[in-house]
Design a protein around this ligand. Sequence first.
Ligand code: AMP
Ligand code: MG
Length: 324
Amino acid sequence: MATTIPAQAALDRAATALAAGELVAIPTETVYGLAADATSGEAVARIFEAKGRPRFNPLIAHVDGFAMAERIGRFDPLSRRLAERFWPGPLTLVLPLVPGSPVHPLVTAGLDTVAIRMPRGFASGLIARLGRPLAAPSANSSGKVSCTTAEAVEADLGQRIGLIVDGGATPVGLESTILKVEAGRPVLLRPGGVTVEEIEDFLGVRVARSSGGAIQAPGMLASHYAPAAPVRLDVEEVRDGEALLAFGAIRAAHADRAPAILNLSETGDLREAAANLFSHLQALDRANARAIAVEPVPRHGLGEAINDRLARAAAPRDKPLAEN
Ligand code: AMP
Ligand code: MG
């Protein structure tokens, strides 16, 4: 069982747990969020672990104000107007990632864009107290419905997390609307708590929806996260000119040939490996090797999402993903 404390008394304890890299389930105006320090890869890896998510889809970075938001994402004029009108509130904006942003690559799934939202109420005070953005997808195990009460969070995740902040039933009860401005035009990526009509009335322009009604979310292409270099998986032997993405204490044969080697986790810790995955792939890609050879990574726990991501990196480029 997790410890549940009322929101009025939870600020210090929740901030301390988050600063220590732990997960805290928190009320937001949309649904309960499973929060982690968005600047810590290992803390964010715990989110995927606790939810049992089979994939690293990008998460929303929650901020307490414009100063924090601007350190993370670059606002175009339209996005800024939308934020000024609808923040704090259930509107998430996808923006170009600011170089050197404090948000860990596991939050953006290695993308060069970032989803940002300013929540209301307890979550906002908590972010201000922590002084760092929070990654917080819905507090439910993968495949289950979102939770709108602390009791529902306890029933679903109580065995897997330490702390639940009880702020009563969440007022909106729906996820946030996700919007991205592309070439000066607003595009709806996910419907949610702020309606398209409200946005259109405010802007005086139509909001485009992704063609065919399908949500244009990242990760829909098999090769979405592909590095420029070809990727070869489950290698037992490194070939000439290949950089090596290693895992654990034992090296593949001929590892000494590799012009660059990075280890996801020397000790074979899947949480550490998840935290290093995107930055190591990016770094090896910059080594301009002929290919990136990847040692086998176990498939249990977080290994499932790590292997999903690696399979995408190795997949034929730009083929639609077979949904699973
Ligand atoms: P949630 O589980 O409610 O936090 O969902 C996060 C949603 O934001 C997912 O549907 C993601 O696909 C979407 N999202 C996060 N980051 C991005 C991004 N950089 N570009 C587009 N969509 C994003
Ligand atoms: Mg959810």
